[in-house]
Design a protein around this ligand. Structure first.
Ligand code: GAR
Length: 187
């Protein structure tokens, strides 16, 4: 199997990146991570790129040219899929068009419920019975593209924000890997 080259975008801790790196060590997993893009110079997630000798690009989103810088770097690494893994910045329509290939995102709720930030807090306030995570294709609207898959669990009485985050992220690692496998199942 010829593995596809993937770029992972992060902004923070990078536990989803770490998980994807682990999965990609398996020769049957359809991708290799060839580039990490990060918009936060202090992000812990960059360490995962460093530790695994994956090239990384730290971008300054205040500069107008940052998206073309990313596109140029992605061309160099022949990237065919972008995984947004906790990347807290909206991707422009122009960037999506210029890249012209698949972009997927992981979100810590059962979309279309609870798009945006502060997800766990809002889920608890709304007294939801169930929550989970969603992997979806990215379009120019926030947390909006076609859903690839979701994983869910029932919320327990004593679950607080921290516990919800832990339970959700545990499912995210599996969901992201399964979504990647689904995408390349037939090619
Ligand atoms: C993940 O839980 C992801 O679902 C969320 O950020 C976290 C990043 O964690 N993404 C969003 O909220 C995007 N709307 P990580 O840096 O440890 O992978």
């Amino acid at each position: 199997m010829v593995k596809k080259n993937v770029c992972v975008f992060i902004s923070g801790y990078g536990s989803n990146l770490e998980s994807l790196i682990k999965y990609s060590r398996d020769y049957k997993f359809p991708i290799n991570i060839k580039l990490v893009v990060c918009n936060n110079i202090y992000a812990k997630g960059i360490l995962h790129a460093k530790k695994n000798s994956i090239p990384y690009l730290i971008i300054d989103t205040k500069k107008r040219s940052y998206e073309s810088k990313i596109l140029k770097e992605m061309k160099k690494h022949k990237i065919s899929l972008i995984c947004l893994a906790g990347y807290m910045k909206i991707i422009s329509k122009k960037f999506i068009q210029n890249f012209g290939k698949k972009i997927i995102n992981i979100h810590p709720s059962l979309l279309p419920k609870f798009k945006g930030l502060n997800t766990f807090n809002r889920i608890l306030k709304k007294r939801e019975k169930k929550t989970g995570c969603t992997v979806h294709y990215v379009n120019e609207k926030l947390d909006n593209g076609q859903i690839i898959l979701q994983k869910s669990f029932f919320i327990k009485k004593n679950d607080n924000e921290e516990i919800l985050k832990k339970k959700t992220q545990y499912l995210e690692y599996k969901a992201f890997a399964e979504a990647v496998i689904n995408i390349y199942r037939y090619n």
